[in-house]
Design a protein around this ligand. Structure first.
Ligand code: ATP
Length: 229
């Protein structure tokens, strides 16, 4: 049986979560108190219901089906997100993810038993700052404090070397988990540009200027490698 996701609060964040889940073929119960938000999602959502989710009875009534995972995407109103999480816990929803705009809101939600707290604005800002510090860094994802995955353009001095020759693991203490290459090929007489992704890089694979390395390691080592330090 397919899992049922409830997305409560259809602002930009909640809408995108619901839309992506639906595109992936999941069942989504979309809830918002704003009629327009419900109208906007009603054509794609499995169920779309307008209600004030802080109203315990209303929320229980619309969730007659068993919700497996709930995403509470109400950032601005701390009280509302707390009340909604409390009702979801009472209903026995096992997995709850909640959006927070401030650390204090995140702490309260965690104390209530939310499995995961997301800070979309803070996380986007951190990723942007990493890219601004070093233009070689194209993408950044923190895995644990002090450790991350980064996509880094191949520095000039490594162009034409195999991974074995580049000795990135030995000298920089970084693991390369993927190589992206830009490719051009003729399709029906037209030159088309695309990208290949090698996610099982081998020691003899050659890297060139223009390639992107997907690397995992300590942030200080990644900063040194990408020229941020
Ligand atoms: P985003 O940044 O994701 O666009 P936002 O910060 O602009 O969101 P929020 O205040 O976090 O807006 O609200 C997100 C959505 O949650 C809105 O569509 C709002 O109508 C809905 N919402 C707020 N409170 C409730 C509630 N009590 N019950 C149901 N929906 C609610």
């Amino acid at each position: 049986m397919k899992r049922l996701f409830a997305v409560i609060g259809l602002g930009r964040f909640g809408y995108s979560v619901a839309e992506t889940l639906l595109k992936k073929g999941c069942e989504v119960l979309a809830i918002d108190r704003d009629e327009e938000k419900i109208q906007a999602i009603s054509e794609i959502a499995t169920f779309a219901v307008q209600c004030d989710a802080t109203d315990e009875r209303a929320l229980k009534d619309v969730s007659t089906q068993n919700v497996d995972v709930a995403v509470v995407s109400i950032g601005e109103n701390v009280e509302a997100s707390v009340l909604i999480v409390q009702t979801l816990k009472d209903m026995g929803v096992k997995s709850i993810v909640a959006k927070a705009v401030a650390p204090i809101q995140g702490k309260i939600l965690k104390n209530l038993g939310v499995n995961e707290v997301i800070y979309p604005e803070r996380d986007t800002a951190i990723r942007l700052a990493h890219r601004l510090i070093s233009p070689n860094v194209l993408e950044y994802l923190e895995l644990a404090p002090g450790y991350s995955i980064e996509e880094v353009s191949v520095p000039e001095q490594f162009s034409g070397l195999s991974l074995k020759e580049a000795k990135i693991q030995d000298k920089h203490n970084l693991n390369i988990i993927g190589i992206k290459k830009q490719v051009s090929r003729m399709v029906q007489g037209r030159m088309m540009k695309g990208e290949t992704f090698n996610f099982t890089p081998l020691p003899d694979d050659v890297i060139e200027k223009g390639d992107v390395l997907v690397m995992i390691g300590k942030e200080e080592d990644l900063d040194r490698f990408s020229g941020a330090e």
